[in-house]
Design a protein around this ligand. Structure first.
Ligand code: A3P
Length: 320
C-alpha cells in the first residue's frame, strides 16, 4: 500500500514537470495530461492510480460526465434507481445525504479507499475522458457506462459561476471574458469539452450496449421516459407493477431540482472529494435551467461558441 503511494507520488512529480500548463478557474494552474486538463490536486494522482490499479468487475457501473453537465442530478437518479428495492421514499438516504455522498468519484475515492471491498454492483462516477478511463473498464464487455452531456454554452456559464464561488480569494480575479476564451481554447477542468463529449459519443456508437449517452436537455424535457430507459439499460427494468405504482415518478420527484434544493443537507452540508478541498453542497445547485447562458453571454460569444461547436461536430453525427 505504502509502496503504491510512493510510486504514484514519484510518477506524479516526474510527470507534472513535463506537462503543458495553463490557467485554471478553480485552481491557479491546470496541467494537460493525455490531451485533457487536470488540476494538480490529488485527484490527478487518483487518475494515475485508477489507470494503473483499478480492475473492472463485470457488474460495475460508471456515471461519466464533464463538469456542470448534470452529474449531481444523475447521481441521485442512478443511486435511487439502482437501490429502489432497498429504501422507502419516506426515509430515503437522499433526504439526508447529498447525491455526491451516494456515488463516489472513483478518481478521488481510489486514493484512500479499498475499492475491492465495495459490494457489487459498484457505482462510481468519473469526470475522466473516455480515453483516460482504466483500460479494464473500456475493455470489459459487461460493465456499463452512462454519460451525460449538456449544451456547451450552459456548461460554460454554469462552470464559470461555480468556479467563481470556489476560486480562492488570494488568486487574481478571472473575468468571464478570459474564462470564456480559455474554454473556447479547450482549457478548463477535464476539458477540452468537445473532445470529452465526442470521446464518449463515438464510444457509445461503437458499444451501444455498454455506453448510454444522455443529454441534460432531453432529460429535463422527459425525465420519466429517460429514467425508464436508464433502468432498462442498467439491467434493472421497472416492472409493470412498479410502473403502475408510480415508482418512476417518485424517483423523478425525489431527484428533482426543487426537492433536492429544499433539503437541509443540500443547503448546509459539505462534501470533500479530496481532503484539501471541501465544497458546500449548495454549490452544485444553481438554477437548473436550459438556456440560462443567454442571460450571461454576449451575442458575439454565443456566435463564437456555436461556430466552434459546428466545426468540432462536423461529420460526427452528434448535435447538442
Ligand atoms: P446550472 O448552474 O445551470 O444551474 P454538475 O452536477 O455536473 O456539477 O452540474 C450542475 C448543474 O446541474 C447546475 O446547473 C445545477 O443547477 C444543475 N442541477 C443540479 N441538480 C439538478 C437537478 N436535480 N435537476 C436539474 N438540474 C440540476
Amino acid at each position: 500500500e505504502q509502496n503504491v503511494h510512493e510510486k504514484i507520488n514519484k510518477q506524479f512529480e516526474e510527470l507534472i514537470a513535463t506537462l503543458p500548463s495553463d490557467k485554471g478557474a478553480i485552481v491557479p494552474t491546470l496541467f494537460q495530461y493525455q490531451g485533457f486538463w487536470y488540476p494538480p490536486i490529488s485527484v490527478f494522482k487518483g487518475v494515475l492510480l485508477m489507470q494503473d490499479h483499478f480492475k473492472a468487475q463485470p457488474t460495475d457501473i460508471f456515471l461519466t460526465s464533464s463538469l456542470k453537465s448534470g452529474t449531481t442530478w444523475l447521481k441521485a437518479i442512478m443511486f435511487s434507481t439502482m437501490n429502489r428495492s432497498k429504501f422507502e421514499f419516506a426515509t430515503h438516504p437522499l433526504l439526508t445525504a447529498g447525491p455526491h455522498d451516494c456515488i463516489p468519484y472513483l478518481d478521488a475515492y481510489i486514493i484512500d479507499h479499498d475499492v475491492e471491498a465495495l459490494h457489487s454492483p459498484r457505482l462510481f462516477a468519473s469526470h475522466s475522458a473516455y480515453s483516460l478511463l482504466p483500460k479494464s473498464v473500456r475493455d470489459s464487455p459487461d460493465c456499463k457506462i452512462v454519460y451525460i452531456c449538456r449544451n456547451p454554452k450552459d456548461v460554460f456559464v454554469s462552470h464559470y459561476l461555480f468556479a467563481m464561488k470556489l476560486r480562492p480569494p488570494m488568486l487574481p480575479p478571472l473575468s468571464l471574458e478570459e474564462a470564456f476564451d480559455l474554454f473556447c481554447r479547450g482549457v478548463c477542468e477535464y476539458g477540452p469539452y468537445f473532445e470529452h463529449v465526442l470521446g464518449y459519443w463515438n464510444a457509445s456508437l461503437e458499444f451501444p450496449g455498454k455506453i448510454l449517452f444522455l443529454k441534460y436537455e432531453e432529460m429535463r424535457k422527459e425525465p420519466v421516459k429517460h429514467v425508464k430507459h436508464l433502468a432498462e439499460f442498467l439491467g434493472k427494468p421497472f416492472s409493470a407493477e412498479e410502473e403502475k405504482e408510480g415508482v418512476i415518478e417518485e424517483i423523478v420527484k425525489l431527484c428533482s431540482f426543487e426537492k433536492l434544493t429544499s433539503l437541509e443537507v443540500n443547503k448546509t452540508g459539505k462534501v470533500a472529494f479530496v481532503p484539501e478541498m471541501q465544497i458546500g453542497n449548495e454549490n452544485f445547485f444553481r438554477k437548473g435551467q436550459v438556456g440560462d447562458s443567454t442571460n450571461h453571454l454576449t451575442p458575439e460569444m454565443i456566435e463564437r461558441l456555436d461556430k466552434i461547436a459546428e466545426e468540432k461536430l462536423k461529420g460526427t453525427g452528434f448535435k447538442f
